[in-house]
Ligand binder design. Structure first.
Ligand code: 2M8
Length: 442
């Protein structure tokens, strides 16, 4: 906004500017993911936004999760986008072709995103419980009321996407991973051959005018082709394995599912559904094991797998650190932390701040300005730090906090940052970036 000064001078000012960003992106029904580029609610953004908002207002935070969970499909899936009425984003609900498939009155996409919700809800509940009074009452009421829905969500993920005994969830679109154009997906996407399609006009490149910061047109045509493949079978879970030309076992999403299933078990025990906890813990165990089993003995990183070819996926991306989220194996954890702090990751002396980039900074395919191919994502920094803190690693949490706050002081709340220069890229005033700033300051 006009009148703001850059860089920001004090942490207090950072906090008040972060609150301003969330307030400005709040259109009443939802906090949009970003003011211009993303004028709707995204599933995993909403969970991070809610935890950030809970530092300001528990009531407003819960409203966000309420709006998201109200869009849940009958199957149990929580859609990756809940559309507002603000125009200008492509693909919109019409292009998705979900009308009549999604619940009545809900305008949504037809795919999912990583299930960080139960983990963020647990965080909000802990914060509200510590505050006591009205906050505690609201959090308890909300959790008791919505627990069955979050459990259905996990049940859907386990059955529709992870019921094959691998302890890994399948995604049918790179968008489901949340890391759209990560080199993780280059192999699988290279085998997606778009057929006859309605023409389309991208809107993202009208907003991020430096196109080198966004996916290419070729990538977008594959993204849209996959949407069409799903729409042609009416987004029927049972038919997707037979028709989709992109099917990947997503190790990062699987680790998130393991951790969140554990968190959901804790909430179920605390808020009236203790009989659900053993099942949730069993899923946590199954997926924790599934993630551990993907680790490449050579590199020490976890790997995705292309379901259609059976191939492991090689590029060194931040998803390789999935075990930091979920593992119970101390030797694996130690090895991962050594790599995380080594010269290919946060120990690269060329970095502006010692934070994990979306791909290794020594990877030959690194694109330091392009989206999920190299930039540092503030939301990932906080999420991984939160997972480490949950393990009792306060020291590493504080180190990542210091580096992240230093990064954010430039003041634009960028969607992502150039790793070596610290330049903010993509959308400015991105909601989840502001939300994690508030978490770091809480
Ligand atoms: C990005 O993805 C959307 C598609 O879902 C897009 O580029 O249009 C990703 O960074 C994703 O992880 C994120 O949830 C979304 C909104 O911030 O933007």
């Amino acid at each position: 906004p006009d009148g703001d000064t850059f860089p920001i001078r004090t942490l207090d000012e950072l906090g008040s500017r972060a609150k301003d960003v969330l307030a400005a992106n709040d259109i009443g029904t939802m906090v949009t993911a970003a003011p211009n580029l993303y004028p709707h609610m995204w599933s995993w953004d909403a969970a991070f936004v809610a935890t950030g908002l809970s530092t300001v207002s528990v009531a407003r935070a819960l409203q966000e999760l309420d709006y998201l969970v109200a869009a849940q499909w009958k199957s149990g899936m929580i859609p990756h986008i809940v559309f507002s009425d603000v125009p200008g984003y492509f693909p919109d609900v019409d292009r998705w072709g979900t009308r009549g498939v999604s619940p009545e009155g809900v305008q949504s996409s037809g795919i999912c995103q990583p299930p960080v919700h139960a983990t963020m809800l647990r965080r909000i509940v802990e914060r509200a419980t510590a505050a006591g009074g009205e906050d505690a009452r609201l959090a308890e009421e909300f959790t008791r009321r919505t627990l069955p829905q979050w459990i259905d969500w996990h049940g859907w993920l386990r059955s529709a996407r992870g019921g094959d005994g691998t302890g890994l969830l399948t995604i049918y679109h790179g968008w489901e991973s949340g890391m759209d154009n990560s080199p993780r997906f280059d192999g699988p996407y290279s085998r997606v051959q778009p057929g006859e399609m309605e023409p389309f006009v991208r809107t993202d490149t009208l907003k991020v005018t430096d196109h080198s910061q966004r996916p290419s047109d070729e990538e977008y045509s594959r993204y849209l082709w996959l949407v069409q493949q799903m729409a042609e079978v009416g987004f029927d879970d049972a038919r997707l394995p037979g028709v989709m030309s992109f099917q990947v076992k997503d190790v990062f999403m699987s680790a998130i599912f393991a951790a969140a299933s554990e968190d959901l078990a804790v909430l179920a025990e605390q808020f009236g559904l203790p009989e659900e906890a053993p099942q949730l813990r069993q899923w946590a165990q199954e997926f924790r094991d599934g993630v551990d089993a993907t680790v490449d003995a050579q590199t020490g990183l976890a790997r995705d797998r292309d379901v259609l070819t059976g191939e492991w996926i090689g590029p060194p991306t931040i998803a390789g650190f999935a075990p930091l989220i979920s593992t119970a194996d101390q030797a694996l954890l130690d090895r991962q932390l050594e790599i995380f702090e080594g010269p290919d990751w946060t120990g690269d002396p060329r970095l502006a701040f010692p934070l994990p980039a979306s791909t290794s900074t020594t990877y030959e395919g690194l694109k330091p300005r392009q989206y999920w191919r190299g930039p540092v994502w503030p939301v990932m920094n906080w999420y991984l730090a939160h997972c480490l803190r949950r393990r009792g690693d306060g020291k590493r949490y504080r180190q990542l906090r210091e580096a992240s706050l230093a990064q954010l002081m430039e003041g634009h709340f960028g969607e992502y940052y150039e790793p070596f220069t610290g330049e903010p890229l993509g959308s400015m005033d991105q909601s989840w970036t502001a939300a994690v700033a508030l978490e770091w300051l809480a």
